[in-house]
Design a binder for this molecule. Structure first.
Ligand code: NAD
Length: 451
């Protein structure tokens, strides 16, 4: 089973990647289990040093990894460089964990009671195609730091940076078998992570539908899961906000990575009294987004990842019915789609489903209660933004919106040092932040009698 990779910006052939079958997947998992036993037996300081060396190897390869992502995924070079640097930073951050994975000492009668954070063993990480290397690192870095081995299945469309990261791990001195990247189909390699009993946890990022299936499959073995799934996040703009800034930044809250972002603020909710003014400001901001060749340093938005995905996004906007205005996109080869602003009804398909492309819908709202109720409508709850100069309202609304990651007067979602994940059907569990390594351990309680 092979997968042909084409450059989404020009449709040129890049390479062919051989997908693993079930036997190869099982062999990799068995090798990971062997490597994990030696890894956990190594001194914490040695494991920490090994992860720091891996981080250094990634640091030395930032330009190379970025160039691979530009060709494989069509990410603008500036963004791809940030992504490679983020992988280094995530590894650096969790390299402190092996020496800080503390248990507790609990006061009890008749002895000493202590807890240990024991590694799970082999962890399976399944990643999507939208942010291939960053999302991979959110799984493998804390899992390795907590003493586990990792097998990682990248998405079929975008395996190249993950494959290179596995090579860098070996080159940096990480033991053979400890971190393996196994390209292949979700229904073969990914499914095997779920059914193979040696894999003790599955970390899945992708669509809610596949996530539900993985959770159901893991239930058969009471296997641990972390799920990072879809989103339809709200960007709520109150009348008292800095409207110029809110409008100037709104396109970047949704069109980053061509809208192929689970945190995309794909619904903009604007207080009715400033709706017209906001739209006047939003139009030039959207038309100012620089869409073009991802290799150009000034490019802000590249193509969609694949022809099939471009066609799916197109289906959401079959005609100009709800289109308020659009930005630009290159003609010719490549899977281009212009930034598009819609003004649909609140119950329209474009208003409720995750499009995962550069399409945003704008809606007026009446008051704070209406804004919070509409932001909370639907099955997702991943991120969101609130624009207001009223600090009390900013806090109230942030507490009222049922999402895992909110920002007031900004669109930030992801920092490696803060937890990330979704409410409702946007996910289960949290990644990143100080507690991530603990999610790759079991707590063991040991009582030692003193009498
Ligand atoms: P997808 O669910 O189609 O695929 C994700 C991964 O799962 C791929 O590697 C795929 O091969 C694998 N897979 C498919 N079927 C499988 C099966 N039966 N068993 C095991 N693995 C299987 O998602 P996608 O289209 O690659 O990614 C887009 C989705 O990911 C969007 O819904 C987006 O919101 C979501 N996403 C969420 C986050 C988050 O952190 N919450 C981040 C990025 C993307």
């Amino acid at each position: 089973m092979t997968h042909t990779i084409v450059n989404p910006a020009d449709e040129e052939f890049v390479t062919v990647v051989e997908g693993a079958d079930v036997e190869q997947t099982d062999a990799a998992i068995a090798a990971a289990a062997v490597a994990q036993r030696d890894w956990v037996a190594a001194a914490p300081a040695d494991r920490a040093r090994a992860l720091r060396r891996f981080a250094e190897a990634v640091d030395g390869a930032v330009e190379e990894l970025a160039a691979i992502e530009v060709r494989n995924s069509g990410h603008p070079i500036g963004q791809a460089r940030w992504e490679a640097g983020h992988v280094r930073d995530v590894l650096d951050y969790y390299s402190a964990a092996p020496e800080r994975l503390f248990g507790r000492q609990i006061p009890v009668a008749g002895g000493l009671d202590v807890t240990f954070q024991e590694p799970l063993g082999v962890v399976g990480v399944i990643t999507p195609w939208n942010f291939p290397m960053t999302i991979a690192s959110w799984g493998f870095a804390p899992a390795l730091a907590a003493g586990n081995a990792v097998v990682l299945k990248p998405a079929e469309w975008t395996p190249l940076t993950s494959l290179r990261l596995a090579e860098l791990a070996l080159e940096s001195g990480l033991p053979e078998g400890l971190f393996q990247v196994i390209p292949g189909k979700g229904s073969v390699v990914g499914e095997r992570f779920v059914t193979n009993e040696t894999v003790r946890k599955v970390v899945f990022t992708g669509s809610t539908e596949v996530g539900q299936r993985i959770m159901a499959g893991c239930a058969a073995q009471v296997k641990r899961v972390t799920l990072e799934l879809g989103g339809k996040s709200a960007n709520i703009v109150f009348a008292d906000a800095d409207l110029e800034r809110a409008a100037a930044t709104a396109p970047y809250g949704v069109f980053e990575n061509a809208g192929q972002d689970c945190c995309a603020r794909s619904r903009i909710l604007v207080e009715r009294s400033v709706y017209e003014r906001f739209m006047e400001l939003l139009e030039p901001a959207v038309q100012g987004v620089k869409v073009g060749d991802p290799r150009d340093e000034g490019t802000e938005m590249g193509p969609l990842v694949a022809a099939a995905h471009r066609d799916r996004v197109r289906e959401f906007v079959p005609d100009d019915g709800d289109v308020a205005f659009r930005g630009s996109a290159p003609d010719g080869p490549g899977f281009w789609f212009p930034p598009t602003v819609l003004t649909p009804a609140r119950d329209a398909r474009t208003a409720t489903e995750e499009i995962f492309g550069p399409v945003v819908s704008v809606f007026p709202f009446d008051d704070e209660a209406d804004a919070v109720a509409f932001a909370n409508a639907g099955r997702f709850g991943l991120s969101g933004s609130i624009w207001t100069r009223d600090i009390g309202r900013g806090i109230r609304v942030a507490r009222g919106v049922e999402s895992g990651n909110l920002s007031v007067n900004s669109h930030s979602s992801v920092r490696y040092s803060t937890p990330f994940g979704g409410f409702k059907q946007s996910g289960l569990g949290r990644e990143l932040g100080p507690d991530a390594p603990a999610a790759f351990t079991e707590t063991k309680n040991v009582f030692i009698a003193v009498d």
